[in-house]
Design a protein around this ligand. Sequence first.
Ligand SMILES: Cc1cc2nc3c(=O)[nH]c(=O)nc-3n(C[C@H](O)[C@H](O)[C@H](O)COP(=O)(O)OP(=O)(O)OC[C@H]3O[C@@H](n4cnc5c(N)ncnc54)[C@H](O)[C@@H]3O)c2cc1C
Length: 378
Amino acid sequence: MNNENKYQVGIIGGGLAGLTLAIQMANAGYSCVLFEKNKYPFHKVCGEYVSIESWNFLERLGLNLSEMNLPQIKKLNVSAPSGKLLQHKLDLGGFGISRYLLDSKLAEIAKNKGVTSLDDCKVNDVKYDGKQFTIESSQGNFTCEICVGAWGKKSNMDTKLVRAFTLKDKTEKNYVGIKYHINIDFPNDLIELHNFENGYCGISKIEDNKYCLCYLTDSENLKRYNGDIKQMEKEVLMKNPFLKEYFTEAKFLFKEPLAISQIKIGYKNAVDNNILMLGDSAGNIAPLSGNGMSMAMRSSFVLNQLLVDYFNKKITKKELENKYEAFWKTHFKKRVEFSKFLQKLLKNKSLTNFAITVLKVFPFLRNAVVKLTHGESF
Ligand SMILES: Cc1cc2nc3c(=O)[nH]c(=O)nc-3n(C[C@H](O)[C@H](O)[C@H](O)COP(=O)(O)OP(=O)(O)OC[C@H]3O[C@@H](n4cnc5c(N)ncnc54)[C@H](O)[C@@H]3O)c2cc1C
C-alpha cells in the first residue's frame, strides 16, 4: 500500500452525516477520505423536510441556502385514517430540499475543500489492529487513524460487523419506505402527515416547484399485497381521503417508486467495534419526527469538535469514544425512543383518531409533542 491511501479520518457513507463531517474535517486541516457506494447525484428515500435548526450549520459549511429559493415550511397538518384533520402552526418549522440536490451539493463542497471523496465505491469490510483501521473498498484498501461509520439506516456493514441490533429478535418490527416526486397544487409553506392503517405519508414542497410524497409502512402491510406497491396504495393508503386525492390528482415524476426495506427504528450504538457511528447508523428516529437529517448533522457537528480535541492530544481515543457515546445518549436516545412510542401510537386506528381529537383541543400539547422531536439551532 502506498502513502496515498493513508488518511487521518476515513468516513464510510456519504449521506448528510458523512458529508458534513468530511467538510468540517477538511476545514480543520485533517486528511479525510469518504466512501459512498452510489454515484452522485442520486435519489434517496426521505421526506426531504429539513428542520430549521440545521440552516445556519449548512450555510457555515458553504451551502448557500439563502440563494436557493427553497420553500420555507411553517404549518403542519396531520390527519387520522378517517380523514379527521389537525392543523398546527410550526414555531421553528423547516425547509424543503431534495436529497438529490442537497447531498450532491455537499459532495461538491467536500471535494473542493480537499476531501478524497470516492463515490461509486462500496466498503466491504473494516479491520482494526488497535492502532489503525484498514478499510477494504471496491477501489482498494485504505488505512486511517479514525474510522467513522456513517452508512445510514441499513448497510452491508451492519451484518459484516455483526452489530448487536442485527442479532436481535428477527420478528421485531421493520418498515418499508417509499418515495415519489410529484407535481401537485399544494401550498408552499405546509407539511402534511396523513395516517393510514399501519403507516403514514408525508407531503411537502422541495425545489423547482416539485413536491416530495413519502411514506413509511409496516413491512407486513406490503407483504399482504405480495409486494405490489400500487395495489397496497389503492387498498390501504387511499382509504384516507387526503391521500386518495393526492394519489389520484398528482403527476408522478419517477417512472418507478423509490423504495427501501428493513428499516428498524431505535438506538443502535454510537460506538461499535471502535468505529464512531454517525447519523442513522448510531440510531434511527421515526421519520414522522422530521428530524433525522438534523440529528445526523448535529452529531457530525459534535463529533468534529471531539475529533479536533483528539488530534490536538487533549483527549485520548478512549475518551473520544466515551464522550461521543455520552453525547448521543444524553441528547438523542430519549428523542429516538419517544418517536418509537409515537409511531406505535399512530399504528392503532382508534388511538390515532383519539389522539388527534385531544391534540385539536390542546395547542400546548401539540407544541410539546413537536418540541420533543426537534432540537435547537447549532
Ligand atoms: C421514509 C422516510 C422518510 C424520512 N423523512 C425525513 C424527513 O422528512 N426529514 C428528516 O429530517 N429526516 C427524514 N428521514 C430520516 C433521514 O432520511 C435520515 O435520518 C438521514 O438520511 C440520515 O442521514 P445519514 O447520513 O445518517 O444516512 P444516509 O443519508 O442514509 O446516508 C448513508 C449513506 O451511506 C451509504 N452507504 C451505505 N453502506 C455503504 C457502504 N458499505 N459503502 C459505502 N457507502 C455506503 C449509502 O449509500 C448512503 O448514501 C426519513 C427517513 C425515512 C426512512
